[in-house]
Write a protein of this length. Structure first.
Length: 584
């Protein structure tokens, strides 16, 4: 036992007696069926000493609890019990100098068990409390069974994973807080915290790791709050926080910042090689300008949608004008689901030209929606909302299938063209994306070398290792991967690090050529670097003849834009394919 020592025998004439006394004390401590500890009174959960029985209770090495950079004992107390225990121990020690409390701890395997803790203060030379000496021991089997039955009752209204209040209990507590606020006229805030991209982490590591991460997040968020605040888990990767009084002394935005700060340090998922997992959150805030709990919860949810739309990892406070936007978004989501079921989507195609010969080399598929009221609308209207829903994968798969079929139909007519299709981040995050795409190509009888996959440059810039592996797998199949809208986010220095075989120069660079010679110089440098790396080059947004001439001079290989043709239906494109080049 490496650190179960409370007393070091002093030197002097009675050294042997003192040594025997210390050994008896050591033996007594080791034989107590519980974890004996000493801590500083002013630092409630930092242990100066704790006996090795703590390893039996928790499964964690003893030294983790006595090392200041190690594990706080608070971290093994269940999230639901932590605030209660902290408050009760503090108050009992202040009033009576001793305490006794029962609570649950989570051991290293994730198993919850009931323990009892008793302690008392030890005064220093000045008579003021200096230490707390105590013992933690497991409750007997029959007592733990009794507590288990109580826990089953407790779970009514609580989330089974984190033991936090569920949606129903959150609403009930909010109703009580609002009634008190009406009487005392103080501020109340609801903060809805939603984890960003949690689904991707859950898919990558598995549900068990995802559950561990949710429990760890619950612990971090709880650590920011006061004992009188409420934190609950209404669903999935979402947490609700109810705060009032002193918790909002700096305003709800300050509390939101503290919550976001608590998540900045990467999490380590135990049992999964302790790999570091980074996650951010978006927070919607609503305050009690209205007195109904359902109104406040809805307002916070609306503000959360705004936080997501602003790029995530931020907080937004509700304003009444947001409600109209939220209703419009909800209506749009409903219409999109109906569009997929009623086959209201269709594709148009924009020809891509080989700039040297000014001949049609390929096409790019563009999604359109034949809305029953608004008429034909393009993705600028519905794309951002589609990307935030689970429909993005289903619609993206439909686009791929339709484009592959059309490419084969043209090939049968003698038009052997490349087909370019834009792929969303959600599609790339799916583990089976490459397999599904391979099956689509096989069913359509289309060669992989006839397909170009366009990936938006921001998606490439923040791509995970798994996504980059999928892109490399696509390239190994012979599919050309292109960075769409290139030049806005990435620099020349990062070009060789992207898993791509082509770039599509953003149309803003083409438009800027008329305003600044520097723009032409930038394009020249970019095209030279791509040639050196063996990367194909495309230019988007060619609208005027002189732009075509400049790009030809700079040896940009391919291009598209309104100078040649807008996106058009497949039948109209066939008429262009029958013509000789006429744009030089």
């Amino acid at each position: 036992m490496n650190n179960s020592s409370m007393v070091d025998p002093p030197a002097g004439g009675a050294e042997e007696q003192e040594r025997e006394s210390a050994e008896r004390l050591r033996s007594l401590v080791l034989n107590i069926p519980g974890a004996v500890y000493r801590r500083l009174y002013a630092e409630p959960r930092t242990m100066l000493f704790i006996s090795d029985h703590i390893e039996i209770l928790t499964g964690y090495p003893t030294i983790e609890f006595t090392n200041r950079s190690g594990r706080s004992f608070d971290s093994v107390i269940s999230v639901e019990d932590r605030a209660r225990v902290r408050e009760l121990v503090r108050e009992d020690l202040r009033r009576e100098g001793s305490f006794s409390v029962e609570y649950r701890i989570a051991d290293a395997t994730g198993y919850y068990r009931w323990v009892a803790e008793q302690g008392r203060t030890v005064a220093g030379p000045d008579g003021q409390p200096l230490y707390v000496d105590g013992v933690i021991f497991a409750l007997s089997t029959h007592k733990e069974a009794d507590r288990g039955a109580a826990l089953d009752c407790h779970r009514i209204g609580h989330d089974a994973l984190t033991y936090l209040p569920d949606r129903t209990l959150i609403r009930d507590r909010l109703e009580q807080i609002l009634l008190r606020a009406q009487r005392d006229r103080h501020l109340v805030a609801v903060l809805i915290v939603n984890l960003d991209n949690f689904r991707a982490i859950n898919d990558k590591l598995g549900q068990e790791a995802g559950d561990q991460l949710l429990k760890a997040v619950a612990g971090r968020l709880t650590g920011v709050l006061r004992a009188c605040d409420t934190i609950g888990r209404p669903s999935g990767d979402e947490f609700a926080i109810l705060a009032d009084g002193l918790s909002l002394s700096g305003g709800p935005e300050l509390l939101a910042e503290r919550l976001l700060d608590s998540l900045r340090e990467p999490f380590r998922v135990e049992g999964f090689d302790n790999i570091p997992v980074s996650i951010t959150a978006s927070i919607g805030i609503a305050t009690n300008e209205r007195d109904e709990p359902d109104d406040l919860l809805r307002d916070a949810a609306v503000a959360l949608c705004q936080a997501k739309a602003r790029g995530r990892n931020c907080h937004v406070r509700f304003k009444p004008a947001m409600k109209t936007a939220a209703m419009e978004r909800l209506e749009l989501e409903t219409d999109l689901r109906e569009a997929l079921q009623e086959n209201q989507f269709f594709l148009v195609y924009q020809p891509v030209f080989e700039l040297d010969s000014v001949g049609v080399w390929g096409v790019e598929a563009h999604l359109r929606w034949r809305h029953p009221v608004r008429g034909v609308v393009d993705p600028e209207y519905f794309g951002p909302v589609l990307e935030d829903t689970e429909m993005a994968v289903a619609v993206g798969s439909w686009v791929l299938k339709q484009a592959c079929r059309q490419a084969v139909a043209w090939r049968r007519l003698g038009h052997n063209m490349m087909m370019s299709v834009n792929i969303s981040a959600q599609q790339l995050e799916a583990e089976d994306f490459v397999d599904q795409l391979g099956q689509m190509l096989a069913v359509a009888s289309l060669e992989p070398t006839s397909l170009i996959i366009d990936v938006e440059e921001p998606c490439l810039a923040r791509a995970s290792g798994a996504v980059k592996r999928r892109l490399r797998e696509l390239r190994s199949l012979g599919i050309l991967v292109a960075a769409d809208g290139f030049g806005i986010y990435s620099s020349l220095d990062h070009l060789d690090r992207l898993p791509i075989g082509a770039i599509k120069l953003h149309e803003s660079f083409v438009a800027a050529m008329s305003d600044s010679p520097d723009a032409i110089g930038s394009i020249h440098a970019l095209l030279e670097r791509c040639r050196g790396l063996g990367i194909e080059t495309f230019a988007e947004g060619i609208e005027q003849g002189w732009q075509l001439a400049t790009l030809q001079k700079e040896q940009c290989r391919f291009g598209q834009g309104s100078f040649f043709s807008h996106p058009i239906p497949a039948e109209a494109l066939e008429a262009i394919l029958s013509l000789e080049p006429q744009f030089s």
